[in-house]
Write a protein that binds this ligand. Structure first.
Ligand SMILES: [Zn+2]
Length: 387
């Protein structure tokens, strides 16, 4: 039996603006950045005891701020909403990972974007979806904006990246089907590593593709070129664009790889257990920092976790302080030391020969199942319905 579920999806599509759309967007990007910076300056001002943020209407009436009237207030409202959310998250004490104060945005450095929602997105009589002050978008990609119902579209963010490409990121509601499955093995433990990107408790290993390392020579060459050129000259800009394009291709390849791996996991398991990695602390290790940034575990985990959410697969992160590598998964004996270069070890208690990573993945699975049962028992004792 299949169950349908409504989820929010976001799709990023390249689009090609007309000359007039480009002008409108450039003004909107500038105004949005201005409003953000104006609010940030109020927030960061230590002399103010009470912080009063003017509304869009009040801002437009300030002498010298006439340029704000040149772009649609719908996008400006969205900028204010984003700012308010950032502050709310900054003061949120329940947040696991802390975020910093809002920062000033700088032209040419910060990402340029504006968001449309509510009346900023409208449907014409013929059923075409258009954006306020921009009109129709010429999109490239598999989703046709006009085949989507207006009510399904939650918001659209238009951005321009460092390669001067424009993108429309569309957030929309979609119904997905979850079918009941007959799986041989329902649970899997995953160990994320550097030599192998992923090792699972069923002894499967996926190589680390080293996307950044592959292009490192090219990147170093471009960096050298850039350092020789005069800042701001045409050749400097050209070289900078080349560098931005190279970075983008690395990110795209990496994301595609993550989507493939996560899709495969979602299709084959109902319960996935992983380690709760503290990547921020690991990157501080200077010898490994580049390799760890290249492997991008946190990006992978974030993709995996939203997909698990969509398809009702349970993803559990085990306790960070559990010694998954140093414990024997058969007898539970824990050794004192295991340096990073040792790939195989023998358990002094039961004599079993362990592959370092497979042993870790199997421990993660066991520990995960144990922790999950504990959580469920706690919930049951409190009388919370688990279904
Ligand atoms: Zn043992």
């Amino acid at each position: 039996m299949a169950i349908t579920k409504t989820v929010l999806k976001r799709t990023n599509l390249r689009f090609y603006p007309t000359k007039s759309q480009e002008l409108v967007l450039s003004q909107s990007f500038g105004n949005s950045r201005f409003i953000w910076n104006y609010y940030t300056s109020i927030f960061l001002n230590k002399d103010l005891t009470t912080k009063i943020y003017p509304s869009i209407k009040e801002l437009k009436e300030i002498h010298g701020f006439d340029f704000l009237k040149l772009s649609s207030s719908c996008c400006q409202q969205q900028t204010i909403r984003h700012f308010q959310q950032t502050i709310k998250q900054f003061f949120n004490k329940k947040r696991k990972s802390k975020i910093g104060k809002p920062k000033f945005k700088k032209k040419g450095v910060s990402k340029e974007s504006v968001s449309f929602s509510g009346s900023g997105i409208y449907e014409t009589k013929s059923g075409e979806i258009r954006l306020l002050s921009l009109g129709k978008l010429k999109l490239r990609g598999e989703i046709d904006l006009n085949s989507l119902n207006r009510n399904k579209i939650k918001n659209i963010t238009i951005s321009k990246d460092k390669c001067n490409h424009y993108y429309a990121s569309i957030c929309y509601e979609v119904e997905i089907e979850i079918t009941e499955r007959d799986l041989k093995e329902k649970s899997v433990g995953l160990d994320l590593g550097l030599t192998h990107f992923l090792i699972d408790s069923q002894c499967k290993k996926i190589d680390n593709p080293h996307f950044l390392k592959q292009e490192l020579e090219k990147l170093k060459y471009l960096d050298r070129c850039l350092s020789r050129k005069k800042n701001g000259s045409n050749s400097y800009k050209k070289c900078k664009l080349k560098r931005a394009k190279l970075f983008k291709s690395i990110t795209n390849k990496r994301n595609y790889f993550f989507h493939c791996v996560s899709k495969n996991l979602i299709e084959n398991f109902d319960f996935i257990y992983i380690e709760d990695l503290s990547v921020k602390n690991m990157v501080k290790n200077r010898k490994l920092s580049r390799a760890i940034s290249d492997v991008s575990w946190s990006k992978f985990v974030s993709i995996l976790s939203y997909k698990c959410d969509w398809y009702s697969v349970s993803l559990h992160k085990i306790n960070r302080y559990f010694a998954s590598s140093k414990t024997c998964n058969l007898c539970g004996y824990q050794i004192d030391k295991l340096s990073l270069d040792i790939r195989e070890w023998v358990c002094p208690d039961c004599g079993e020969v362990h592959d370092r990573d497979i042993n870790a993945a199997q421990n993660i699975l066991k520990r995960g199942e144990f922790e999950l049962t504990q959580i469920q028992n706690k919930k049951l004792s409190k009388g919370i319905d688990l279904t």
